[in-house]
Design a protein around this ligand. Sequence first.
Ligand SMILES: [Zn+2]
Length: 362
Amino acid sequence: MDTFFEPLMEDMKILWKTGVQMLDEYRKDLFTLRAIIFVMINDYPSLFILSRQFKGKVGCVVCIDGSTYVSLDASKKLVYMRRRRLSKGHRYRLKKMYTYFDNNEELHSTAPSRNNKGQGGFQIVGKIKFVFGKKTKDEKPRKEVKPILGATFKKNSIFFEYFPYYKELDVRHTIDGMHVQKNVFESLIGTLLDIKGKTKEGLNSRMDMVQLGIKKELHHVLLENGKYHLLVASYNFNIDEKHAMCVWLKNLKVPFRFCSNLCSILSMKDHTLTNYNSHDCHVMLTTFLPISIKAINHVFLKMAVTWLCYFFNKISQKVIERYELVSLYEFAMETVSQFEMCFPPSLFNIMVHLVVHLVPQI
Ligand SMILES: [Zn+2]
């Protein structure tokens, strides 16, 4: 990655100093164009590479050392379930609601401040010395850089060196909304339709609930024959609900080039969706999913899914008013909290957590 960027950096350095002569069509005159890298949009793995952050337990590239996670022993996953971004006094923070979430006290907790924006981010990484390249001049391989004293970054970004304005930017790397939508949709539809390999439901997820001491009505029951009985949860669609949803999608007629043919990704035999691409996930989440689940019986689950779809629809609009962002941020927090009430803890991986960071980056 670094050797790829080095020639680019040289070009950008020259470009920033000299600029480029461009024709202004309206004034019929030349002007000097100076380009800057204002923000980069990356999917989640690229965010780690470009921000030079260590992968591992510091799972969130925005919260950094303020990330809080729960390690699920049965599912062997780290999940991010906190309600500390909700407004103080919100009903979901009350003590009687703990068992609906992760059983943690959230009455007075506050969200971590973003200390990596602007000059703060430069001060964290500015003192780190790192020489790029795989080998030294005498052909000896370099020693691997390891985190020291809880450090979250392993090296300084090369952009700080070449772009004088770079350390002033509040958001240098934004989250790829399409990547988040695809992963959230995959987890959601996999759990709702019980798609093999995609679902978060199973014995392990019920063991996670026992570990956290939540949703006691869904804990697994050991039978006399040594097998486990899993009680039906709200997110377990019965065969009629699955069939109604798939029939609605199958009979759907859409405008030309609106989305790919949904019949090709839909299997009526086992009621699953497969081989969908990012745009299909986007269209489903923003338009079709809340309508297709109208036949399900559980009202609260239906409301939570519809709210999530409304949120993704709202942030996908070309125009969003500035005054809407505050209420939209609170709306996103509340929607993720409702998901925590409905779904098993193993659903709340880092991609679902990133939903709460989308609005501040708009
Ligand atoms: Zn975060």
